[in-house]
Write a protein that binds this ligand. Structure first.
Ligand code: CA2
Length: 151
């Protein structure tokens, strides 16, 4: 199966600052660990600080035969109607992931404009949220294959 891991603004700084909130692993560490934990998955990774680049990447999923997108939209979670429209406009399911617990932080982080158009939301689990999302997609595929195989 093929999954896209998409990270939004400032997540390129992971592991370099604010370790009390975001941990000390870098984005490269996360990518390596995902690949080795899920050898059956072909991952593609993309990070951008630009809203339009993230929208283009979501649109591209239409041509890529992907099974899912694991998306940490960063602060755009709380502001971007354009990203919400992009997610609503594609067929591939998107899981919204946040490293921190957005509900335990400032009130402006409590609301996600994207959650209603995502398949689900994981937050506050640290980087494990990305692994939980990948395991959801991997399980979905295995489950569907088993249902399709006559006993
Ligand atoms: O908890 C999350 O994953 C967030 O999506 C992170 C965003 C924040 O705006 C959201 O409310 C919740 C911020 C990403 C900033 O990432 C940094 C990582 C290390 C150092 C500095 C920033």
């Amino acid at each position: 199966m093929k999954l896209l891991v998409l990270n939004g603004p400032n997540l390129n700084l992971l592991g370099t600052r604010e370790p009390e909130t975001y941990g000390s692993a870098t984005l490269a560490d996360l990518e390596r660990a995902l690949k080795s934990t899920f050898p059956q998955v072909t991952f593609s990774f993309f990070q951008s600080n630009h809203e339009g680049a993230l929208i283009d990447k979501l649109h591209e999923t239409q041509n890529n035969a992907l099974q899912g997108v694991i998306f940490n939209p960063g602060a755009y979670t709380h502001t971007s109607i354009a990203l919400r429209d992009a997610i609503a406009g594609i067929k591939v399911p998107v899981i919204e992931v946040h490293i921190s617990n957005i509900h335990a932080r400032e009130s402006f982080r409590h609301h996600s404009l994207l959650a209603p158009v995502c398949a689900g939301q994981l937050c506050g689990l640290g980087l494990s949220g990305y692994f939980s999302a990948a395991s959801y997609f991997a399980f979905q595929e295995e489950w569907t294959e088993n249902l399709d195989t006559p006993q």
